[in-house]
Write a protein that binds this ligand. Structure first.
Ligand SMILES: [Zn+2]
Length: 94
């Protein structure tokens, strides 16, 4: 019992940079219960970490919504432009 109380106390006293690491780890998967509880508690009282969490979650969501970038495609390019590009490529690399 004393060991778990000490661990809880240690986690609650972690510096903000360690909470920032927890915020990032939480994006990769579920945190252990004690870490999750400590993080939630810290975010209630620390505006800096709350702002960081909001920003990193926004970026994480934005990156996930980006389309996968496939190979370059000339789809949608007018035939005239394609022809000029082919001619120019042939001049450079006959
Ligand atoms: Zn903090």
């Amino acid at each position: 019992m004393k060991k778990s109380v000490n661990e809880a106390w240690r986690v609650l006293r972690m510096p903000c940079r360690e909470y920032a690491a927890l915020v990032s780890r939480e994006l990769d998967g579920p945190l252990p219960l004690l870490s999750l509880a400590a993080l939630r508690t810290h975010l209630l009282v620390c505006r800096s970490c709350r702002n960081f969490a909001r920003q990193i979650r926004f970026l994480h969501t934005a990156v996930r919504r980006l389309p996968e970038r496939g190979p370059a495609s000339d789809e949608g390019m007018p035939e005239e432009v394609r022809g000029r590009l082919r001619a120019r490529m042939n001049e450079i690399q006959p």
